[in-house]
Design a protein around this ligand. Sequence first.
Ligand code: IMP
Length: 430
Amino acid sequence: MPLTILVGAQWGDEGKGRIVDWLSAQADVVARFNGGDNAGHTVTVGSQTFKLHLIPSGVIHPRPACVLGNGMVINPETLLNEMASLKAAGINVSPARLRVSHAAHLITPAHRALDQAQERARGLGKIGTTGRGIGPAYTDKASRRGLRLEEMLDPPAFAARMASHIRETNMVLQSLYAADPLDADKLSEEYAAYAEKLAPYISDVSAFLARALSEGKGVLAEGAQGTLLDLDHGTYPFVTSSSPTAPGALVGLGLGILRVERVIGATKAFQTRVGEGPFPTEVSGAVAGHLRGTGANPWDEFGTTTGRPRRVGWLDGVLLRYAVRVNGLTELILTKLDVLSGLETLRICTAYRSAGKPYTDLPLGPADLSPFEPVYEELPGWQEDLSAVRRRQDLPAAARRYLERIETLSGIPIRLVTVGAERSQVVETS
Ligand code: IMP
């Protein structure tokens, strides 16, 4: 296992945390490369459930080192809270194990305030962001006025930079959005305290990862969000502000392309989306209720970060093929197959139609899907409970046929299927 990249093949929430947990048993290092605390992973181990937003879920295993890459935007308060709760559960989060890139950018309360003010101002055209300050932090990065974590290593200079960042953002908040200003002195003091706590964790993670790979260690690069939320390749403008696709792993960790061995795409057995934006195979009514669940279980379709009910729909084969292409996926991991049990008939979107013409590929990418209508293929469902199945040959014939259809449509094999929230509820399929 040299460098393996794991990305979401849909709009995020594909169950990557769970997969990282599974793959981490063989990894020496797990490295997250994009996004911030807009992401949320729930990992269940026995009776313990962990909710993580920044630290890779590989941390739950005793072995792998954990890395937060330069492609991330980091809210230090969230990071320190996560570290404290892991420590309280007896998990090692010492600086020898957890490393944070010096070149990652900070998210501040000013970024959060701006994110929320901008969403309010968008009105009906809102993106449905998580309100965590992600967009404004990446905007500052691209505008070359962002705060990098390495600045925390020089406390007096950092305090001054922080105060001027808050004052500058206050001007925008007040004049453009009529929002309340933030207290620059108080926040600069608060962030100086965070700097002191985080300083031992900050280093050049690219050098650490390159060394690990040269020593023959296995590195798992974990993407947050998903392909269709990618700033370049997603359903723009209803996207996040980072690069959750596989090439983002190389830029977001500082690694060369020839290191990559496998690129795994995580996809649900159906489709979900949280926030606004196009969703051609979205359903409502009884099927939606079946796919979403009631919210009684932590794995039901309600956001880990925001608690919002997710939009749900049939698996979209056109968008899946697109994800295979832009990521260079070599294999799929299919999650939540068990949720489909009990549906009489399943549908898969195999093509789109526009003005009477069929499309199996997207002529201009997924930004504007409004001209298209999904073309469905119907497959028989199954009634059996899958939660105890562990071998592909033991799945009901209709479930096996569903997997085969997805492999044909995507052109790549399914390596693993999850059939329940517990660590052991997986079917290794090839
Ligand atoms: P932002 O990343 O908070 O700016 O939100 C931009 C879009 O990405 C919104 O539609 C969010 O709902 C969506 N989004 C951000 N993070 C996640 C995630 O981890 N899972 C699913 N959707 C996400």
